[in-house]
Ligand binder design. Structure first.
Ligand code: ASP
Length: 584
């Protein structure tokens, strides 16, 4: 038996008990005649004491030689502490050690194993196993486990079955590049790692599984944007014999349950907003609705004067920044610099100060009078003391820019509170999305998404206007999940592939298995997938998903601890019939 108790459980009730503990040497204080050691394990810290009067000189010597992070096993008696520590559960007691065994020595760790460590991100990632010994990292992993268990229990209680789907597959198009794996036994051929289990979960519906879920790794070879991981985890779900309404209700239930179970917060019925409305009101298909600052479109009240910049714009749109009139000229100049950064890309910004006496002062006073500005204030909902920020240009671009500004200002104003939860559904996404680069339509969600049945005809004339039975679930400005009702007949699916520019041969080669399955009694079905990493981070009140992943990759997609990816040797390449022709 390595231990009778953990380092987190001994209290006054155990006084005079003989106990055996095992753990890491967290800290030691050596006063010469007395030595205290904090012994740590996953469950907490227990103080050990060695003193000249009660401890043998041999044991004193042993204790003196213990270094930080040594792994030790001790046996001793629980005694009451002279100076108590009310901050930890074991703070009333200490162990007078009678036996000590070093189970393993340790080098001095490259950073301190404390809640706030002196280790930088790179160092912590290189020695992630030491980082995991720190409370905040360990707590995040335990938290993630709790969320995953709550999901499993909830879905399992509702007849969902967790089914594993394969990782070595063929391309599933979710809009990213595939990671590929060469097949040794099939020369010159490759598997693709799943970007999601999309086609398999649909085949499970054809197979009659009715309700499926899986907490599953997905792989997408994308240029890494901040806080994305090449491998990430989804809560992937699919149901048969459902309409959009059934899916929304089921997974609204799951999300509400998680927020209640994990955070103790009751959220009411989720608002629903169409994609068009979200874009118009927030410039964003994942609006953060914890705060206002809604967009006010100003074309009608800003394009009737001689201000050519506005007159030439497709959209003139503004937001009212609460209390923003207190910004100095310098503050506003800084804001303008901020939106001009290439990441946001606006050319400039017009602003209006809403004075306390009801008058306005704008950066375009030459063109607009008080009545005009009062109209702008009305359209943006600006009040006395606010600042109206106005951008103009191409509709989509300007919305994206103003949305970035809205989020930034809300962050600065402390309006994005991590203990507030504002979920919503965004519905009626466009089916297709025009891609300037390839001059082609792409599926906005994925090619298996069903158009709104009543709009199928519209596909022929105005494909860009067709809406899909597709929905996203949004929490605090993050898309935490998305899904759709699927096409379940061969003809519609073939038509979709055709619109997406696949020849019938290409469609058959890539997705013949799915279209074949649709000919054997495929039930109507639909589903959704949540991004578990992000969901956990938001529920944990934090922004970075890396903090909730045991062994994350860095921004260049590298695991710096195991040093992957790495070259493979020539024999391995030969076995895989691969030739590398890279000039050094
Ligand atoms: N497979 C989709 C995704 O990964 C989710 C879904 O449509 O259920 O986004």
């Amino acid at each position: 038996m390595y231990r009778s108790h953990t380092c987190g459980e001994l209290t006054k009730n155990h006084i005079n008990n003989t106990v055996t503990l095992a753990g890491w040497v967290h800290k030691s204080r050596d006063k010469g005649f007395m030595i205290w050691i904090d012994l740590r394990d996953r469950y907490g810290i227990t103080q050990l004491i060695f003193d000249e009067e009660r401890t043998s000189s041999e044991l004193m010597e042993q204790a003196k030689n213990l270094g930080r992070e040594f792994v030790v096993q001790i046996t001793g008696t629980v005694i009451e502490r002279a100076s108590k520590n009310p901050n930890i559960p074991t703070g009333d007691i200490e162990i007078l050690v009678s036996e000590l065994k070093v189970l393993n020595a340790s080098l001095t760790p490259p950073f301190t194993i404390e809640d706030t460590t002196d280790g930088g991100e790179d160092l912590r990632m290189k020695y992630r196993y030491l980082d995991i010994r720190r409370n905040p990292v360990r707590e995040n992993l335990v938290f993630r486990h709790k969320v995953a268990m709550a999901v499993r229990n909830y879905l399992s209680e509702r007849d969902f079955v967790e089914v594993e789907t394969p990782y070595l597959i063929k391309s599933t198009p979710e809009g990213a590049r595939d990671f590929v794996v060469p097949s040794r036994m099939n020369e010159g051929q490759f598997y693709a790692l799943p970007q999601s289990p999309q086609t398999f979960k649909q085949l499970l519906m054809v197979g009659g599984m009715d309700k499926y879920f899986q907490i599953v790794k997905c792989f997408r070879d994308e240029d890494l944007r901040a806080d994305r991981q090449p491998e990430f985890t989804q809560i992937d779900c699919e149901m048969a014999f459902v309409e959009q309404e059934d899916i929304l209700n089921t997974f609204e239930g799951l999300t509400r349950h998680l927020i209640k179970e994990i955070k103790g917060v009751d959220v009411g019925e989720f608002p629903r907003m169409t994609y068009d409305e979200a874009m118009k009101r927030y410039g964003n298909d994942k609006p953060d609705i914890r705060f206002g600052m809604e967009f006010g479109e100003l074309n009608d009240v800003a394009q009737h004067k001689e201000f050519t910049i506005f007159n030439a714009a497709e959209l003139v749109v503004g937001i009212a920044v609460p209390g923003g009139n207190s910004y100095s000229r310098k503050d506003i100049d800084k804001l303008i610099d901020w939106i001009r950064r290439p990441q946001v890309g606006a050319l400039g910004m017009v602003y209006v100060r809403c004075n306390d006496d009801g008058t306005y002062k704008s950066s375009v006073d030459k063109f607009y009078d008080q009545e005009d500005l009062a109209n702008w204030a009305k359209a943006t909902g600006a009040k006395k003391g606010d600042l109206i920020c106005v951008l103009s240009g191409d509709t989509h671009k300007v919305r994206t820019q103003l949305s970035a500004l809205r989020m930034e200002l809300a962050e600065r104003l402390g309006l994005r509170k991590s203990d507030e939860f504002a979920p919503l559904w965004v519905v009626d996404f466009p089916l297709l999305e025009w891609d300037e680069e390839t001059k082609r339509y792409h599926a906005m969600h994925h090619p298996f998404t069903s158009p709104k049945p009543e709009q199928i005809e519209l596909l022929k004339t105005n494909p860009g206007d067709v809406k899909a039975n597709a929905y996203d679930i949004v929490l605090n400005g993050n898309e935490i999940g998305g899904g759709s009702i699927r096409i379940h007949d061969k003809e519609t699916q073939a038509m979709m592939f055709d619109y997406l520019g696949f020849t019938p041969e290409e469609a058959k080669a890539q997705f013949g298995f799915l279209m074949d399955a649709f000919e054997y009694g495929a039930p109507p079905h639909g589903g959704i997938a949540f991004g578990l990493d992000r969901l956990v981070a938001i529920l944990g009140g934090q922004e970075t998903i890396r903090d909730f992943i045991a062994f994350p990759k860095n921004n260049s997609g590298r695991d710096v601890m195991i040093d992957a990816p790495a070259a493979i040797d020539t024999t391995q390449l030969q076995e895989l019939s691969l030739k590398l022709d890279i000039k050094a």
